[in-house]
Design a protein around this ligand. Structure first.
Ligand code: NAD
Ligand code: WQD
Length: 371
């Protein structure tokens, strides 16, 4: 298949592009590089021996989207592009609604007008909010509690409405739990800008000496060791879920939703100790107050994904932390910075006013289209 991957230079996108190339698909990435480096795609090419073509463009620019669809006529779209920091979304909600909701609306309009109706969308467990139970099933009411989560919830509802309007739409909504880890090669991984918001990249940066200490947000939760419990999912297992969902979508219309998690929760202390074993290093930590908005414990019920798309997670916590450590220890500063002369000229988002939309780094992929 010819597949367009929005946000395909990012963390989860690049791992999915890798699997798509390995499966023999023709892959095109549409990304504004606001939170990613084209070096990720260079490395995917190095691992797979095949290349994805990068189209530098912004979802907020309908013309750029139309040009890509007119040129490519893809068979399907996997839609990762979006902003994802909960705290930032509280401070800048309009930026999040614009990028995530308007961006997806633009994408759907471009798809429809070019007769492309198969889509896999990156949703999040955050759409459930505080569900009042710890094991989340897909039939729970969606009730996101922060602007980021609400953008995902609104997009999910928009996708339901679109699919309700005509059988031509074949849509998967994947509700990721806590993606962590890296490709086993250690060549690609998560490379957050600034101070990491999430646990695993923070621990990795402490382990590698970039940060002095991990702050553990609360040890008085009603969990076995008092620290927060989450369902961490290896990014390669998560990437594989996209291929399974895509295959299902080929012969199923509608807007389907599946939880993508292991079904197993791990506490902050368990993750920390697993990381210490994998890295052979002590990880200094301090106990601090709870982080506002955090829940004590939740994890996926992944039964539906297993039954309907034949997907289940294969990798456990030990593999997640070992792969994370391989990536972080061999790339302590993430992807290398580029010579500014290599930066793509196109920065369409500047006129759109999306913060942080200057290309983060660029080292020049083999084949890049500037829109
Ligand atoms: P990421 O930031 O690494 O990747 C997102 C990519 O989208 C980046 O390459 C960025 O440059 C691009 N992008 C953003 N806005 C764009 C726009 N307007 N036009 C074109 N490109 C744009 O994030 P990720 O962790 O790989 O997440 C991918 C998706 O999965 C996101 O939609 C995110 O909300 C969702 N998700 C992530 C997590 C997580 O913890 N990482 C959990 C649940 C859901
Ligand atoms: C995990 C646990 C923290 C950092 C977030 C988003 C969610 C989704 C995934 C996109 C919690 C604790 C963390 C630290 C800590 N993203 N922690 N010290 O909050 O479950 O989910 O990322 O859709 O929407 O909300 O993940 O990794 O931030 O936290 O003690 O420095 O680690 O309190 O218990 P979270 P996380």
């Amino acid at each position: 298949m010819r597949i367009l991957v929005t946000g395909g230079a990012g963390y989860i996108g690049s791992h999915t592009v890798l699997l798509l190339l390995e499966e023999g698909h023709e892959v095109h990435v549409f990304d504004n590089l606001s939170n990613s480096s084209p070096e990720a795609l260079n490395r995917v090419a190095e691992i797979t021996g095949r290349e994805a073509r990068l189209h530098v463009g912004d979802l907020l620019d309908q013309r750029q989207l139309d040009d890509v669809f007119a040129e490519l006529k893809p068979d399907a779209v996997i839609h990762f592009a979006g902003l994802k920091a909960v705290g930032e979304s509280v401070d800048f909600p309009l930026r999040y609604y614009r990028n995530n909701v308007t961006g997806t609306l633009n994408l759907l309009e471009a798809m429809d007008s070019h007769d492309v109706h198969t889509l896999v969308f990156s949703s999040s467990a955050t759409v459930y909010g505080d569900a009042g139970v710890v094991k989340y099933r897909e039939d729970l009411k969606l009730d996101a509690v922060n602007p980021y989560g609400r953008t995902k919830m609104h997009v999910e509802q928009m996708l339901e409405d679109v699919a309700g309007s005509s059988d031509k739409w074949h849509i998967a909504r994947l509700r990721y739990f806590n993606p962590v880890g890296a490709h086993e090669s250690g060549r690609i991984g998560e490379d957050p800008t600034g101070i990491p918001n999430n646990l695993m990249p923070f621990i990795s940066q402490v382990a590698v000496g970039r940060r002095p200490v991990l702050r553990i947000f609360g040890n008085d939760y009603a969990t076995p060791d008092g620290t927060g419990v989450r369902d961490y999912i290896h990014v390669v297992d998560l990437a594989a879920a996209h291929l399974a969902a895509l295959e299902y979508c080929i012969d199923h219309s509608g807007a389907h939703a599946w939880n993508i998690g292991t079904g197993h929760g791990s506490s902050v202390m368990e993750v920390l100790h697993a990381f210490e074993r994998a890295s052979g290093r002590d990880i200094p930590f301090e106990l601090v107050d709870r982080r506002p908005g955090d829940l004590a414990e939740y994890y996926a019920d992944p039964t539906l994904a297993r039954e309907e798309i034949g997907w289940k997670a294969e990798r456990g916590l030990e593999e997640m932390v070992a792969d994370n450590w391989r990536w972080q220890s061999t790339n302590p500063d993430g992807y290398p910075d580029a010579d500014p002369a290599d930066l793509p000229d196109t920065d369409p988002s500047e006129e759109d006013g999306v913060k942080g939309s200057k290309p983060k780094r660029a080292t020049g992929p083999n084949e890049t289209t500037k829109l």
